[in-house]
Design a protein around this ligand. Structure first.
Ligand SMILES: Cc1ncc(COP(=O)(O)O)c(C=O)c1O
Length: 498
């Protein structure tokens, strides 16, 4: 295999090799199941050190594109092929503006209560349900034994240096070069959101969000008295034409974006979209808050974060271990550069002094020795299977009027339903059948938006089949109801009601 490398480029050689191979795999020039050249053969033919190939194969494995079979070598992942899936997602492009209202706290506690029910099929949660943390106890014990001294006292607000170094290394593999001194460990990324939003925004300000968007961010904005302008998502990301109009007319003080594996749609924006978004932010002097909580759960390579393109400290970046390890650890991190770092850090001190040293030590132990990488590989492989099973089930059981996104990772599928259907009634009846789904309304600043469901696909294949078939029946049933309600003749005789 011949790979032409640019040895003058700032991009490391192993990433150039990874990108080349990943293009071959994505375009199926390297077919699912195909054997890759051995490390020694490829190193010799490309003219690099064997370690460079080890590193490139390691990242491709972490991307979920290849798998190693002990003793046999490296193979293209058999579940990689995704071209049979076609998304018809094309929602109407209406901007939503909300000046008041906060329901996130109620929604959060209600969802937790509903999840307590036994034998519930949970399509609603925002964390992986098929965890394979079998060695968690062992790793946690080792972490605590190793760092006893550090655990007994207060720590620095920015978090443990070793963890920040590990995160900086991880981010470098995602194409974002930052120093540990630009990282703050937060109490989940929810705290990162709160710190950044409080830093950039004042009551009465306008802020741009994508619609739909993460409802926890909407909750903070509402609590701050900030008015949210919801710019609709297209299948490619935030509608940039509408964004520009509102940047110009409302002069917002912040753009909140989830550029990679967006919650709730699962959409990842392209490199070009990222460049254009940053250019607009620069032109209208508006900071960006980039929240990539799901970035590590990708099945296919994703572009580097917008923060990697930022030369003017315009972007603050957030992520978390809640979506990969477990939310209960409450470990997230933010990258704040230049003049923004110190004031945000001081706010962190005032909020909680520092994040849990025990949790930091556990995450750090996970990141060392390759546990995390191996664990992520298994998680991505399982998620890819679950996503495919959910797509198949949706095609089988949902009416043709529904459309959905086809995420290349993350946790969620976003299902767009026909106008007039009562999503609330569907969710209520689904819950009575022990199926928990998130109504799309929660993800819009006006708590309405268009009819939609957010479905977490990280479930067992049996639950997906059973849950989606039951949901499909409900959607069909309420679709008939919606059509009937729209018909004036039938409405007047009140023929059918649900
Ligand atoms: C986009 C996004 N950001 C932030 C969070 C907060 O996560 P945590 O505080 O557990 O890191 C979530 C949780 O669902 C999320 O989806």
């Amino acid at each position: 295999m011949k790979i032409i490398l640019d040895r003058q480029s700032s991009q490391p050689l192993y990433l150039q090799i990874r990108n080349y191979l990943s293009r071959l795999i994505q375009s199926e020039k390297l077919a699912p199941g195909a054997r890759l050249p051995s490390i020694r053969t490829l190193a010799a033919s490309v003219g690099v050190n064997k370690l460079t190939i080890v590193e490139a194969y390691g990242v491709l494995e972490a991307d979920g594109l290849i798998q190693s079979r002990p003793g046999a070598g490296y193979f293209v992942h058999s579940a990689v092929s995704s071209h049979q899936w076609r998304s018809h997602f094309a929602p109407t492009q209406a901007v939503t503006i909300a000046e008041t209202g906060e329901t996130f706290c109620e929604q959060f506690t209600a969802a937790l209560q509903a999840q307590q029910q036994k034998e519930i099929i949970n399509f609603s949660s925002g964390f992986p349900l098929t965890q394979e943390l079998d060695n968690f106890q062992r790793i946690a014990k080792r972490a605590i034994a190793r760092t006893t001294d550090n655990l007994l006292r207060y720590d620095f607000p920015q978090g443990q240096l070793i963890l920040r170094q590990q995160i900086a290394h991880m981010l470098l593999q995602q194409g974002l070069e930052v120093s540990p001194e630009e990282i703050i460990i937060t109490n989940g990324s929810e705290q990162g959101l709160s710190l950044a939003m409080r830093y950039y925004l004042q009551p009465g300000d306008w802020a741009i969000v994508e619609t739909p968007t993460y409802h926890g961010a909407l909750g903070i904005l509402a609590n701050l008295g900030v008015k949210a302008i919801g710019i609709p998502m297209t299948a490619e990301g935030m509608n940039l034409e509408l964004l520009e109009q509102y940047l110009c007319s409302h002069r917002p003080k912040l753009i909140y974006t989830i550029s990679t594996l967006h919650n709730p749609t699962g959409i990842t924006t392209s490199q070009t979209h990222r460049q254009q978004l940053l250019a607009l932010a620069r032109q209208y002097e508006c900071p960006i808050l980039e929240d990539n909580a799901y970035e590590a759960l990708n099945f296919a390579p994703v572009p580097a974060p917008i923060k990697a393109l930022d030369r003017g400290d315009r972007v603050t970046y957030l992520s978390t271990f809640s979506k990969t390890l477990m939310p209960g650890l409450r470990i997230g991190y933010m990258v704040a550069t230049g003049k923004h770092y110190q004031p945000i850090l001081e706010q962190k001190i005032l909020q909680d002094l520092h994040s849990s040293t025990v949790s930091q030590a556990i995450v750090s132990e996970f990141l060392s020795g390759g546990h995390y990488r191996r664990y992520l590989n298994r998680l991505r492989t399982n998620h890819l299977q679950s996503r495919n099973a959910m797509l198949q089930a949706l095609e089988r059981y949902f009416p043709p009027q529904a459309s959905w996104t086809i995420p290349q990772g993350g946790l969620f599928l976003w299902v767009h339903l026909p106008e007039g259907i009562s999503v609330q009634a569907i969710c209520r009846e689904a819950l009575s059948q022990k199926i928990l789904v998130a109504s799309g309304a929660a993800f819009f600043p006006d708590r309405q938006g268009y009819p939609a469901l957010r479905l977490n696909f990280s479930n067992s294949l049996i639950d997906i089949e059973q849950g989606i078939s039951a949901l499909g029946e409900l959607v069909q049933k309420y679709l008939v109801g919606a059509a009937v309600e729209r018909s004036p003749l039938l409405q007047s005789v009140g023929a059918i009601g649900y």
